[in-house]
Ligand binder design. Structure first.
Ligand SMILES: Cc1cc2nc3c(=O)[nH]c(=O)nc-3n(C[C@H](O)[C@H](O)[C@H](O)COP(=O)(O)O)c2cc1C
Length: 137
């Protein structure tokens, strides 16, 4: 399952590319905005990709975009989670905060990846391959 928050569409595009790459690898995938969660799908998921964008002042004060939307997630105790974000120039310490938030929900964060918004096409395929590889290894 792929859950995302997106303001201008880049993270949605990343989420859709991730979903497409998972499907190509033979997985059954659902890609949803984090506010449009389906609890049944969530309960069935073997792996959860969770992504948002970087909100900061380019050089400092980086944080997960609209983190409150992820705070509203139900507990995901023990679920294997791959956290990702899109960014424009420099993501700073955003991912550390995002991982902390997800761990606070009980997530088992097994991998993280920061995707540059103008390189999504080339960065997603190797990222997904690596993430799915963690499930079988
Ligand atoms: C309010 C705001 C603050 C941002 N701050 C940063 C930043 O500090 N560093 C950075 O690399 N990108 C920053 N960005 C760019 C976004 O993180 C980037 O464009 C991202 O891909 C947007 O995802 P979206 O299209 O899904 O909203 C900022 C964007 C916005 C709207």
């Amino acid at each position: 399952m792929v859950l995302y928050e997106s303001l201008q569409g880049h993270t949605r595009q990343a989420a859709e590319l991730i979903g497409g790459a998972c499907q190509q690898a033979g997985a059954e995938v659902s890609v949803r905005e984090v506010t449009n969660l389906d609890l049944h799908e969530l309960a069935e998921a073997d792996l959860l990709f969770v992504g948002t964008w970087v909100d900061g002042f380019v050089l400092f004060a980086h944080r997960p975009g609209r983190a409150y939307k992820f705070n509203a997630l139900p507990p995901i105790d023990g679920m294997a989670v791959v956290a990702f974000n899109t960014y424009a120039i420099y993501p700073g310490g955003m991912m550390k905060k995002f991982v902390k938030l997800l761990r606070g929900k009980g997530a088992d964060v097994i991998m993280t990846r920061q995707l540059k918004r103008n390189r999504l096409e080339s960065e997603v395929a190797p990222f997904v391959k690596e993430a799915l590889g963690l499930l079988v290894s």
